[in-house]
Design a protein around this ligand. Structure first.
Ligand code: MTE
Length: 322
């Protein structure tokens, strides 16, 4: 998305998934249980290649029923991850230069548990599941992806945000020596990449923290080792390679809001009725596509998750609050 300046689970699972997947869902496999008799997940076991099975045979819920899953090859090679360049193939070429093990996450702001945590400690005891979601980029292409992770709420609750926390802010790793886009990119993105959610959006059961996709650990270009997925929002809200989580009373300023405030708002809900100033948002290219097979489909309000999330925005003018 090059910018102008060049340079209470209220979704009944039975409504949205097959009965067998629904029943399966009851059998949540806790990561710690999968890791063995001890209730502690052994350090780095989840991310050791020997433990790749931790990402497989998980309970799976399809939130895009009847839609074709995008091939892994497409989802892992057509990416936006500006820290590695602005070309769609740059992340797949260069993101391997980022070290993701070990990984730590700083938690601060309005929380009772501030600190710097190893990823293994952050993930301890969380239950992995697979969720198939539509993913819609603001640039009007889209995919359907089986993500592996857990509800963001489960993670945030661990940090006991104070009742005065109204927003959560996420920050991507900022390591120029391993990120050629950060070293050389002259856009107005003010590194590190920052995103944010209102607390009620963050705690919504569809909001997911992701560690894998297609039954495997996340590849670096898709935001390893920890990324957000907010399926009813444009893809840029789904920040990758998260290294800091902060709770605040005031609304954080996000990278794209700073870079192009007339084009990218804080909410960024998928909305076919509000065009981007430079292109329509009424339709999308479902990847993979080609000149002869454009695969253009109508964009759905809230990316098809209106029933589940519209109440979060009751009374708001969505043309103003884009
Ligand atoms: N996160 C960081 N840190 N840097 C980025 O450039 N790009 C965003 C989002 N998260 C981006 C990011 C955009 S514009 C999109 S569309 C999605 O990541 C792409 O996610 P995907 O590569 O898994 O499809």
């Amino acid at each position: 998305m090059l910018i102008k300046i060049r340079s209470s689970l209220d979704i009944a699972s039975s409504e949205i998934t097959s009965e067998s997947a629904y029943l399966n869902r009851r059998k949540f496999l806790s990561l710690s249980a999968a890791a063995g008799a001890t209730s502690l997940l052994p350090s780095s076991s989840l991310f050791a290649s020997a433990d790749a099975s931790a990402f497989q045979n998980l309970p799976s819920v399809n939130y895009a029923p009847g839609e074709k899953i995008t091939p892994y090859e497409t989802a892992s090679t057509y990416n936006n991850f500006y820290e590695f360049g602005t070309g769609k193939s740059d992340p797949a070429k260069y993101a391997h230069e980022m070290t993701t093990k070990p990984w730590s996450v700083v938690v601060n702001g309005l929380t009772d548990k501030p600190g710097t945590y190893n990823l293994e400690d952050v993930l301890k005891g969380l239950e992995l599941e697979e969720r198939v979601y539509r993913f819609r980029c603001v640039e009007a292409w889209s995919m359907v992806i089986p993500w592996v992770g857990f509800s963001l709420s489960a993670l945030l609750n661990k940090f006991q945000p104070s009742p005065s926390a109204k927003y959560v802010r996420f920050e991507t790793l900022n390591r120029p020596e391993e990120m050629r886009g950060v070293r050389s990119f002259t856009s107005s993105i003010d590194w590190p990449y920052v995103e944010g959610l209102r607390m009620d959006e963050a705690m919504h059961p569809l909001t997911m923290m992701v560690v894998g996709m297609y039954g495997k650990e996340l590849p670096n270009q898709n935001g390893a080792p920890l990324r957000l997925i907010v399926p009813w929002k444009y893809g840029f809200k789904s920040i990758k390679s998260i290294a800091r989580i902060s709770f605040s009373e005031t609304r954080p300023r996000t990278s794209w809001e700073k870079a192009g405030p007339s084009e990218y708002g804080f909410y960024s809900n998928v909305n076919p009725n509000v065009d981007h100033p430079r292109w329509s948002q009424k339709t999308e290219r479902r990847l993979p596509n080609s000149l002869f097979s454009p695969n253009r489909i109508d964009t759905l309000m809230f990316n098809g998750y209106e029933e589940q999330v519209a109440s979060l925005y009751a009374g708001m003018d969505l043309k103003k609050n884009y």
